[in-house]
Each structure stands twice: as structure tokens, then as C-alpha cells.
Design a protein around this ligand. Structure first.
Ligand code: PGA
Length: 250
């Protein structure tokens, strides 16, 4: 069975009620029937409910983060069951911005992924190296160490349900994209890692690439054997551009 490709738009902490609604209107005006991949939109959490009402039915809703705790006395946190309640099918965890700016550790990322799975939400687990780690030739080692950290928390059945997004930190929001060959080399190592953990189910794991994906480079990236689509930041804020990227994922 061929893997289904996926394109997820990460709106990050951008926009307003009005501009996000406008973006949703523009997205729903585009021909959804032509899309062959799973499309996910991840708005800021405050706008999830409105987005759920406005999204075309073919487009899935995702969150950008989740609490590591179940609901309770955790001021400011949004729990996995609340995300499920709001209609989320996906949630990003361990984005490099959360790791770097909010000090999220590998163990936090693993716990968050577990919380999501417990509530039938697919975690999109982000991994990726810094520029200096790449320059030292450590890209694959760094990414595999981030994945290994999941093993303390998730069993192999749970691992087989996650989506991974390889996002080299030096490529995020910089306009500099990993070349298709650079990205494919890391993606192939990620799939090999999964083969050791989950056997043949590794062939069904969705591995996304993220980092300055645009309609002009998406086709070449998505054509690589182990790149199953993209996690899109800046370009997901423009409906036409995002739609073109979705169309590049077959
Ligand atoms: P970018 O962001 O597409 O703007 O580089 C990707 C991401 O952070 O998920």
C-alpha cells in the first residue's frame, strides 16, 4: 500500500481573527477535489474552534502544541482532550521554536506525543539539527538522538502512529532550503530507524520535510523517495501558494 502524502500548514503565532478568517475563506474557495494528499491546517490555539467551523471538510485541523498534562490546575495550558474536543486530528510537538525558545526537552516532547495518542490525535513530532551541528557532520546523529528519546515513553505500536517532520533549524524561516539530496539522506535514516523499531510498518510512516518550502521547490523535495510531504510555515499564510504546495504532494 502506498503511503499517503501530507501537507500541514503551521500558521505559528501569526494573524488576527479577521486575517485568519480571510485566509480560511480563500482556502475554502480553492478546488479541494483536486487534492490527493492529506491537508492539515494548524492555526493558533485561540482560533481552532472558528477554524474548525470554516475549514473545508476535506481539510484536517491541527494544533501547534499541547500540554504535557491532562486537564487540571495548569494555568495557560491546553490539554489533549480539549484539542480532541475542538476537532483536532493532529498536533505539532517539539517544534524547534518550542525547543529553543520555551526550553522544551526531548522528554517533554515524548510525553506530549503520548498525551495526544491517548486522545486519538496524531502527533507531528519535529526533529532537526542546528547549522553548526550540520557543519560538524552531525545532522543524522542529532535527529536520531531526538527520535531515540521517544523510546522511553512510546511503545512500538504508538511509534507506528506518529508523523515525523524533519526540519533543519537553519532552514526554518530563512529562505534557505535543504537540497532534495540533503533532505532525502536524513529522511532515509529516519525511515531506517523506524524499521528497527516497528519493522515493515516503517514503510507507512509519514515523514515530512519542513524549512522554507515554497511552491517553487516543493515538487523536487516531495519527489524524493522518503519525503512524504511538508510542514509549511511562512508559505502557508498565503492560500494560493499553500494550495500549490499541496498540489505538489502526490
Ligand atoms: P518555514 O517554517 O516554512 O517558514 O520555514 C516551517 C516550520 O517552522 O514549520
Amino acid at each position: 500500500m502506498a503511503r499517503r502524502s501530507m501537507v500541514a500548514g503551521n500558521w505559528k503565532s501569526n494573524g488576527s481573527q479577521q486575517s485568519n478568517q480571510q485566509l480560511l475563506v480563500e482556502l475554502s474557495e480553492l478546488d479541494q477535489s483536486a487534492l490527493r494528499c492529506t491537508v492539515v491546517i494548524c492555526p493558533p490555539s485561540i482560533y481552532l474552534s472558528t477554524a474548525k467551523e470554516q475549514l473545508p471538510s476535506a481539510v484536517k485541523l491541527g494544533a501547534q502544541n499541547v500540554s504535557a498534562f491532562e486537564q487540571g490546575a495548569y494555568t495557560g495550558e491546553v490539554s489533549a482532550d480539549m484539542l480532541r474536543d475542538t476537532g483536532c486530528d493532529y498536533a505539532i510537538v517539539g517544534h524547534s521554536e518550542r525547543r529553543q525558545l520555551f526550553n522544551e526537552q526531548d522528554a517533554d516532547v515524548a510525553t506530549k506525543a503520548l498525551r495526544l495518542l491517548e486522545h486519538s490525535i496524531t502527533p507531528i513530532v519535529c526533529v532537526g539539527e542546528t547549522l553548526s551541528e550540520r557543519q560538524q557532520g552531525d545532522s543524522i546523529a542529532v535527529v536520531l538522538a531526538q527520535l531515540n528519546a521517544l523510546l522511553n515513553t512510546l511503545n512500538s505500536e504508538q511509534l507506528a502512529q506518529i508523523v515525523v517532520a524533519y526540519e533543519p533549524i537553519w532552514a526554518i524561516g530563512t529562505g534557505e532550503t535543504a537540497s532534495p539530496e540533503q533532505a532525502q539522506a536524513v529522511h532515509a535514516s529516519i525511515r531506517e530507524w523506524f524499521r528497527k523499531q516497528v519493522g515493515a510498518a516503517a514503510d507507512q510512516i509519514t515523514i515530512l520535510y519542513g524549512g522554507s518550502v515554497k511552491s517553487s521547490n516543493a515538487t523536487e523535495l516531495f519527489a524524493q523517495a522518503d519525503i512524504d510531504g511538508g510542514l509549511i510555515g511562512g508559505a502557508s499564510l498565503n492560500a494560493q501558494e499553500f494550495y500549490k504546495i499541496c498540489n505538489a504532494a502526490g
